[in-house]
Design a protein around this ligand. Structure first.
Ligand SMILES: *Cc1c(COP(=O)(O)O)cnc(C)c1O
Length: 391
């Protein structure tokens, strides 16, 4: 293969380009009609009541932490196997990040480890949990909801990897990631390697009207222009006119542009086909690596895995990574455990704290996984991996 094969890549069609060009010819470059259209279409796709479009997934996490009341000293639990933004959002608000180990069978936050951590402290010590649908494997949010209710915690689902993914609860009911039925809030990213590319972009989903209204205000500086939300006029205040608005709290400018919303909305029309292709690629990898020295995670049939990543585990990970580079295959590592990042080690986290996460990190490698990966390219990736392991 002459062209390098990346681990992920966006797919932009002529329709996508036309949608963006239309915006550029129109009157609104930001906060125009495409924002609302994208929010409604995304909410419909996910199956939730409300969606708030924001500048990126990290901004989405930050605003969610603000809306959930994270402040100086608030303690929040998340997984070490995630992109660091899942933890950083707590720090932006001055909160304290706690980690619990992952389940080796899924690489997801282990609910038993979370329960053990909760039991070590009095009730009220922790405020919330941020589970992550890592790689696209949906967390069992019903089990986390039960645990959260027992300890009076909120749940913020980081669904950046899992739009379209779902799991089935013990009652046999399927829940799509971020559908608002279990987690208080969920967030998505439209970074180009994710399922929907908007350049940069993010979305918050929820069924909670109060949180929704608060997030709309936080997204745009903390300003409201809705008369129903205004404070009482002060004595002698000049009469309020159409210009009137109020800064009610300290928010941010985390808005999405109309160009990005139009691109995201255009991509959303193909999201089912793109997810189906990701799943097809995953099945082919699964079949190829079954019975070899390459370890894979295959979800049960009642779980719809969204396959943002296809991660294999292998003892000589560095060897395979380097070998694939010589073949122009740009595999990647997801993730270096967040608790081992120098920034987090300053809070006392250290090697050995989370053995499952650290063992996973030592052996994991993400193979190319994106809808436009061709059958030939995938065959070449499979053949190269098999040659390395001698299968
Ligand atoms: C990509 C990602 C984010 C951050 O999203 P951005 O849009 O890049 O800010 C957060 N969490 C996870 C798990 C991600 O993969």
């Amino acid at each position: 293969m002459n062209q390098p094969i990346p681990y992920g890549r966006q797919h932009i069609t002529d329709e996508d380009i036309a949608a963006v060009a239309d915006v550029l010819r129109g009157p609104f470059l930001t906060q125009g009609p495409h924002i609302g259209a994208f929010e409604s279409a995304f909410a419909k796709y996910i199956g939730c009541h409300y969606a708030v479009a924001v500048a990126n997934g990290t901004a989405a996490l930050h605003l969610c932490c603000m809306a959930l009341g994270v402040t100086e000293g608030t303690r929040v639990i998340t997984t070490p196997i995630t992109f660091s933004a899942s933890a950083n959002c707590v720090r932006y608000c001055g909160g304290e990040v706690f980690f619990a180990d992952v389940d080796p069978a899924t690489a997801l936050l282990d609910i038993h480890a979370v329960r053990a951590l909760l039991e070590q402290h009095p009730k009220g010590y922790f405020s919330g949990i941020i589970p992550v649908d890592f790689a696209g494997y949906p967390v069992d949010m019903a089990a986390f909801r039960e645990l959260a209710d027992e300890y009076d915690l909120w749940l913020l689902e980081d669904s950046c990897h899992s739009p379209g993914g779902s799991f089935t609860d013990s009652q046999g009911v399927a829940h799509r990631c971020g559908d608002g039925s279990l987690a208080d809030l969920a967030i998505f990213s439209f970074h180009p390697v994710k399922h929907i590319a908007a350049g940069e972009g993010g979305m918050i989903t929820s069924n909670d009207e109060a949180l929704y209204k608060h997030l709309l205000r936080l997204r745009t500086h903390g300003i409201t222009n809705k008369p129903a939300e205004f404070t009482e006029p002060y004595p002698g205040e000049p009469e309020r006119g159409g210009w009137y608005m109020e800064l009610q709290e300290l928010g941010y400018n985390y808005r999405l542009t109309d160009m990005q919303a139009a691109l995201g909305n255009s991509q959303l029309t193909r999201v089912d086909a793109m997810l189906a292709r990701r799943q097809e690629i995953a099945r082919r990898y699964d079949d190829a690596f079954a019975g070899t020295a390459v370890d894979i995670i295959v979800p049960p049939t009642d779980v719809v895995h969204a396959y943002h990543l296809y991660v294999i585990q292998i003892d000589d990970r560095k060897g395979l990574y380097d070998f694939l580079r010589t073949r122009n295959i740009m595999a990647q590592v997801h993730y270096i455990p967040v608790h081992l990042m120098p920034y987090y080690q300053q809070f006392g986290w250290k090697p050995g704290d989370f053995p499952n996460a650290e063992r996973y990190y030592a052996r994991c490698l993400s193979l190319p996984m994106f809808p436009t990966l061709t059958d030939d390219e995938q065959a070449y990736v499979i053949e190269s991996v098999k040659e390395f392991v001698g299968a």
